[in-house]
Every structure is written in structure tokens, then in C-alpha cells.
Design a binder for this molecule. Structure first.
Ligand code: TXA
Ligand code: MG
Length: 316
């Protein structure tokens, strides 16, 4: 499918195709999204089909601003505060769905809540303003695989499934948005991501973190154990590579690195490099990928979450 530089005419064409129910891949600051009209059952069904995503796993409704979000969900004072601070930005809020939202029920997989986000990327915002509809926008990769941070990654995974790919260059953040549920008195981070737990707690006080299946409380249906996986086995918190393994370092490496997420030990740089480097090492002659330990503060929580899923045991 054509990879297009997002000129005004390419954006107008993309908006037209979205309004006609076609799928368009678009850049965001986190990862590339697979966009479809969130008010159209047909378009949303096509997203699930293209990604081979289980239909019980709801999608994010991507919108241009707080006003557009308020047409879809009930925003309480906490939601408004976070939205004013972090939107546009890598934060997704899960809030009660408005009865008159107009969203396809497939977007929310039958839940009473909707995940909404305003991405911090001029191309996404221009596209949303041109299309004038909420865009259902999961990551633009086949379900279970490593998320795309370049247009070429999208083409490799879903190229024959989309009507066009808008190329916004490499994604600045590199890991997905933080998914925060504001449905209970204590907010719950359903997926750590580009806005850190510390940043959220500075505004709302303590929040809880749901990472493990089996814990009490609402969960993100998408957070299955095994996810974000390259084809080669991934081994995390390794102190050195075993024979045949690629060595993905962070900071000062004890042995020569095949790639280094951030030679200076910077978590922002490591997040931006994570998915592209996992992809780059996912090939012969390597037989596995060993990754050095990464600190868990700030963006480190999201990085460790994705690595843990990449390393989780796989179904046969
Ligand atoms: O950074 C991002 O969020 C990217 C870019 C493209 O915007 N999108 C993305 O979408 O990562 P997706 O569909 O791959 O991940 C959305 C996550 C899933 O884990 C899903 O289960 C969860 O959000 N989610 C969506 N709606 C939800 C809801 N109503 N309640 C709980 N979790 C929800
Ligand atoms: Mg995804």
C-alpha cells in the first residue's frame, strides 16, 4: 500500500477514505495506529479482522481535543485535570461511555467504558480535524506482535490490509500510551506507558497498577501475558548473552553489544528505540534476544512491562 508523506492533499485523501469506512495507518507520538471510523461497525470490524485481534479486546477512540472526548465519555474532575495537563500526549483515559456517544459498540467490546486519547502528533491532529469523526486506533500491527514505530514497520505487518499509510517518521515516544481507568475512587493503571505513574500520582495521589492477570479489579482485556513478541525467544534481566543470543544492552555493557537501547542509560531514549531494536535483532544468525536489566522508574515501568510480555512463555 502507498506510504505517503502527509501533505495537505494526502491528509485530505486520508480523511476522505476514513469517512468512507476504509482503514488508514497514521503516526502518533507513541506508535503507529490503524485507523478506522469509530462510529462505523463495518470499519471497526475491518480493524479487528486486519489485526486478527480478539473481538473482546476494546479499541481506543482517538480524538482531536477534550471537547471531542466529552462527546464520547463522561469526564469527571480528575479526568478533566489530567486531560488539561497531558493532552495532547501519551495518556489514554478509560471513562464511562455516554449513551449518545455514537460509537460503534464493537469499539468498546460491549463494555460500558471507553478508552479515549488525544495524541501529540501534528499529523494525527490534522487528520482528526479533517475527518471530523472519532478514529478507532489500535497499534498498527498484527495482534501479539511488536508494535510499529515507523511506516516501514506498518507496511511489513499490515501493508496489504490498509488503504494507505501516512508516514510521520519514527515515533518520538516509542512505547504505547499509559491506559488509566478512572472508574473507581482509586484510579488504576491498566497499561504503563508514555506518561509515568509518578507524573499521574503527582496530580491524583496514589494510583494502583494492574499488571498481573488474576488480581482483583477491572483489567485491560488486551493485557494478555504474551504480547509484543518478536519471533525469537526473549530473555530479560540477563547479565550476559548465551551463545547464539543477540545482546541488547542498556547503559554500560559488560560485553560488546549488538545494539544498545541507550548507551548513556537514558530511559526516554531506550523507550524510543525499544521496538525498532527488538525487530532489528529478530533474525538469523541469532537464536534468541537477551536484554540487560532496565530500571523501573519513569518510562522504565512501561519498558519492563513490554519486555516481560515479549519474554513470556508462548502458546504452542
Ligand atoms: O499509544 C497508543 O495508545 C496506541 C496509539 C496508536 O494511539 N494505541 C494502542 O492501542 O496502543 P491498542 O488497541 O493496541 O491498545 C489499547 C489498550 C488495550 O490494552 C485495550 O485492552 C485497552 O487499551 N482498552 C481499550 N478500551 C478499554 C476499556 N474500555 N477498558 C479497559 N481497557 C481498554
Ligand atoms: Mg497494541
Amino acid at each position: 500500500m502507498p506510504i505517503l508523506i502527509p501533505t495537505p492533499s494526502a491528509l485530505a485523501e486520508a480523511a476522505k477514505r476514513l469517512r468512507a469506512g476504509e482503514l488508514v495507518a497514521f503516526p502518533t507520538e507513541t506508535v503507529y495506529g490503524l485507523g478506522g471510523d469509530a462510529t462505523s461497525d463495518r470499519a471497526v470490524a475491518a480493524i479487528f479482522e486486519a489485526k486478527r485481534r480478539p473481538s473482546f479486546n476494546p479499541l481506543i477512540a482517538t480524538v482531536a481535543d477534550i471537547e471531542a472526548a466529552e462527546r464520547l465519555v463522561e469526564m469527571d474532575a480528575r479526568a478533566r485535570r489530567l486531560a488539561e495537563l497531558f493532552w495532547p500526549g501519551p495518556l489514554t483515559l478509560v471513562l464511562p461511555r455516554r449513551k449518545d456517544s455514537g460509537l460503534s459498540l464493537l469499539v468498546t467490546a460491549g463494555l460500558d467504558s471507553v478508552a479515549v486519547r488525544v495524541p501529540e502528533h501534528p499529523v494525527t491532529l490534522d487528520l482528526l480535524r479533517a475527518a471530523r469523526i472519532p478514529i478507532a486506533g489500535p497499534s498498527a500491527n498484527p495482534s501479539g506482535t511488536v508494535s510499529p514505530t515507523t511506516a516501514a514497520h506498518v507496511e511489513a505487518g499490515l501493508g496489504d490490509r490498509v488503504s494507505m499509510i501516512l508516514d510521520g517518521g519514527p515515533c518520538r515516544v516509542g512505547v504505547e500510551s499509559t491506559v488509566l481507568a478512572l472508574l473507581t475512587p482509586v484510579p488504576i493503571i491498566l497499561r504503563p506507558g508514555g506518561v509515568s505513574r509518578e507524573q499521574i500520582e503527582a496530580e491524583l495521589g496514589p494510583v494502583s497498577l494492574v499488571l498481573e492477570a488474576g488480581k482483583e479489579g477491572p483489567r485491560s482485556p488486551g493485557m494478555t501475558g504474551h504480547h509484543y513478541a518478536p519471533s525469537l525467544p526473549v530473555r530479560i534481566e540477563a547479565d550476559r548473552p548465551r551463545p547464539g543470543e543477540a545482546w541488547l544492552a542498556f547503559g554500560t555493557s559488560p560485553v560488546a553489544a549488538d545494539l544498545n537501547l541507550s548507551p548513556s542509560g537514558n530511559l526516554t531514549e531506550a523507550a524510543a528505540n525499544l521496538f525498532a531494536m527488538l525487530r532489528a535483532l529478530d533474525r538469523p544468525p541469532f537464536t534468541g534476544i537477551a536484554v540487560m536489566p532496565i530500571p523501573r522508574d519513569g518510562l522504565g515501568l512501561a519498558i519492563n512491562d513490554r519486555l516481560k510480555r515479549a519474554a513470556a512463555p508462548r502458546a504452542a
